[in-house]
Design a protein around this ligand. Structure first.
Ligand code: ADP
Ligand code: TRP
Length: 328
């Protein structure tokens, strides 16, 4: 079975965009592939979070993944820092990674611009650590968004270079896996094209009913259609896109007809949308709370994940050391 590895930086809670754009597909993929999901806590050090922040984030992501339906028996969930083999591979890969190519990575340049006081070496070598995450399991496929394409190219470059330098056919080039049909780009309710943490317009899976309602009622709308069957401007289209994801077809069709007949009342539509988002999130939210309060279970999941990940990583490192010329 093909190996799939997916990493997520622990930067907060999951929102509807993360769910429909990625996590929902992960739940399906765990049936079809040999999946592993990990929390990239070492990567998060590039922005210097506090210890409390790091501890909390790993637990949060783990509870949310579980609540969304990732089954740790099928697809281990582990914390990157539990698998020290990754560090050793990171070191080896760094010896064959060149300053010039690392400096040219767009996300590095962007970070260097946005945090000029903290252009640390970890930031520069972010792509080698990411390559180590992937190559340590000799993964075939990596589900990533477009923004990670350059990091994926670097991972393939490092894999090829390792093979060339040591004259082996050891690492295969990991392929990016783009969710095709099933994944949806979730827009923002503020009229913007994307729901995101940094966009500040996200509805989180753990938001309570009142918060969801407040966010939806604030959604940007316009004065209403002035022609029959008028094309929807972006903010309105966004409302409908989200409604299509969380509401049943009848509800969607009803408001769509209302819009086309110029009879739409956005207030009513928002109330319905808020109720449907809440109905969608409520069971997930409850499970998040349950997992969050079950430290023993979370620990067990993390330990189980770490064990499976270490097993796969240790095998690779043993071979890599031999190839490089160290005692295995
Ligand atoms: P954010 O943009 O909120 O910081 P992340 O970068 O943490 O989100 O997103 C992790 C993954 O979740 C992305 O690689 C992408 O697959 C998915 N994702 C995030 N936002 C959206 C969205 N609005 N629509 C679809 N998928 C999304
Ligand atoms: N760089 C990825 C992101 O920002 C997170 C990540 C780290 C990752 N290591 C990885 C993703 C390995 C896939 C595989 O989203």
């Amino acid at each position: 079975m093909e190996k799939v590895i997916s990493g997520i930086r622990p930067t907060g809670n999951l929102h509807l965009g993360n769910y429909f754009g990625a996590v929902k597909s992960f739940v399906k993929m765990q049936e079809e592939y040999n999946c592993m999901f990990f929390i990239a806590d070492w990567h998060s050090l590039t922005t210097h979070p506090t210890p409390e922040n790091i501890r909390r984030s790993a637990r949060t992501i783990m509870s949310e993944y579980l609540a969304c339906g990732i089954d740790p028996e099928k697809a281990p969930i582990y914390v990157q820092s539990d698998v020290k083999e990754v560090l050793e591979l990171y070191l080896y890969l760094n010896m064959n990674a060149y300053l010039g190519e690392l400096e040219r990575v767009t996300s590095f340049k962007e970070k260097a611009r946005t945090q000029p006081d903290n252009v640390n070496a970890g930031l520069l070598t972010y792509p080698t650590l990411m390559a180590a995450d992937i190559l340590v399991h000799k993964a075939d496929k990596v589900p990533v968004g477009k923004d990670q394409e350059q990091n994926m190219e670097m991972a393939r470059l490092f894999a090829r270079r390792f093979n060339r330098i040591y004259g082996v056919e050891y690492f295969k080039e990991p392929q990016s896996y783009h969710f095709t049909k099933e994944a949806v780009k979730v827009p923002g309710l503020d009229g913007s094209g994307k729901m995101g943490k940094s966009e500040g317009n996200a509805i989180y899976l753990c938001d309570d009913e009142a918060t969801i309602k407040k966010k939806v009622m604030r959604a940007v709308t316009d004065a209403g259609p002035t022609m029959l069957n008028q094309e929807k401007p972006e903010p309105i289209r966004n409302l409908f896109t989200i409604m299509e994801l969380v509401s049943d077809k009848q509800t969607y069709d009803y408001f769509n007809d209302q819009y086309n007949n110029m009879a739409i009342r956005y207030g009513d539509m928002k109330k319905q949308l808020a109720a449907d988002i809440n109905a969608f999130c409520a069971p997930i939210r409850e499970r998040i709370w349950q997992y969050q309060s079950d430290d023993a279970y979370l620990l067990q999941v993390a330990q189980m994940g770490a064990e499976r990940a270490r097993e796969s990583a240790a095998k690779t490192l043993k071979e890599v050391r031999e190839i490089i010329g160290f005692r295995a």
